[in-house]
Design a protein around this ligand. Structure first.
Ligand code: G3H
Ligand code: 13P
Ligand code: ZN
Length: 332
């Protein structure tokens, strides 16, 4: 048993309370490899933004949970080396799918876990979430739960349709589970294809797809039911069209990739939404940058020469999200 506190990590409690009051959101960036982690820490240290490092099931399968945990421990020291005296870094399990997975993360030093039982019937979601909360809280580890189901095509997290969170359930759910934050469904979804062509309209000026707006009415009703309670948005990549175009122009194939407009995420950040999950955008930044090196310098075969530019592009993206979208800069 290792406490996250010994590793210099923090849980989400104080961070979320400040974010809800201050009208900004904390970035939750997924990481699978060293370059992503370096870019996240560099961006957070430079902007003095609290940050949540997220480890998904896919990441655990790809990189190994233990290794990722040690990388996060290293990240705290790296942040200090970059001049961030008191780094505000959370190590969070993203979409934990069982009590055992959540427990193993708590036991190895994660400071926050998500139990995603949103696909289960309501009472089963409550029972499993409460079991995780009861365990995690003994060690001051915070717990995110989910109510409502996101649409999405992402491999490990999929649901054919989106079922918006029912505002009439949130008080009962939060009270009976004791969860520290709640992920809700208001129209976001995982991956780079968040809406079909049919769901979008076409901007006549740019020819770009314009997605339907998020269900802010549902969000505001939830806020009214649970004043000040930390709300989380998954599936919040904006799928920057510059990256999509670059990838497509350089031999890739991402037809009709579309995300959540950043103005809507900015608006959500000003509300009780205090954690915004972004993964796909960093995948796009990395892929675009790597494709560019492969296109411009076909003789290049030193991975550092294409992973380096990929890291720089991700850092640029993370800084943009922190400063221009979530507003968390200067808050740590
Ligand atoms: O919520 C989904 C994340 O983007 C993680 O996806 O399991 O493919 O790493 P992954
Ligand atoms: P995106 O696929 O929109 O980046 O969402 C990531 C996410 O919600 C991770 O939990
Ligand atoms: Zn998610």
């Amino acid at each position: 048993m290792v406490s996250y506190k010994e590793l210099g990590l923090v849980n989400t409690r104080e961070m979320f309370a400040k974010a809800v009051k201050g009208g900004y959101a904390i970035p939750a960036f997924n990481f699978n490899n060293m370059e992503q982690l370096q870019a996240i820490i560099q961006a957070a240290a430079e902007t003095k933004s609290p940050v949540i490092l997220q480890v998904s099931k896919g990441a655990r399968n790809y990189a190994n949970q233990t290794l990722l945990r040690y990388m996060a421990e290293g990240a705290v020291e790296y942040a200090k080396e970059l001049g961030w005296e008191k780094p505000q870094i959370v190590l969070h399990l993203d979409h934990g799918d069982s009590f055992e997975t959540c427990k193993s993360c708590v036991d190895m030093g994660f400071s926050s876990v998500m139990i995603d039982a949103s696909a289960l019937p309501y009472e089963e979601n409550i029972a499993l979430t409460k079991k995780v909360v009861d365990y995690a809280h003994q060690f001051d580890v915070t717990v995110e739960a989910e109510l409502g189901v996101l649409a999405g095509v992402e491999d490990e997290v999929s649901a054919a349709e989106s079922h918006y969170t029912k505002p009439e359930e949130v008080i009962d759910f939060a009270t009976r589970t004791g969860c520290d934050s709640l992920a809700i469904s208001i129209g976001t979804s995982h991956g780079a294809y968040k809406f079909t062509r049919e769901q979008c309209t076409l901007d006549p000026k740019t020819g770009r797809l314009v997605p339907p707006p998020l269900a802010f009415d549902v969000l505001h009703e939830i806020e009214k039911k649970l004043p000040g309670f930390p709300i989380v948005l998954h599936g919040s990549s904006s799928v920057p069209q510059e990256y999509v175009d670059m990838i497509n122009e350089l031999g890739g194939k991402l037809p009709d990739a579309v995300g959540i407009p950043e103005e809507q995420l900015r608006e959500a950040s000003k509300s009780a939404v205090c954690k915004i999950n972004i993964d796909s955008d960093s995948r796009l930044a990395m892929t675009a940058a790597i494709r560019k090196v492969f296109h411009d310098k076909p003789g290049e075969f030193d991975p550092r020469k294409y992973l380096g530019p990929a890291r720089d592009e991700m850092k640029k993206l993370y800084m943009h999200k922190i400063i221009n979208v979530l507003g968390s800069d200067g808050k740590a």
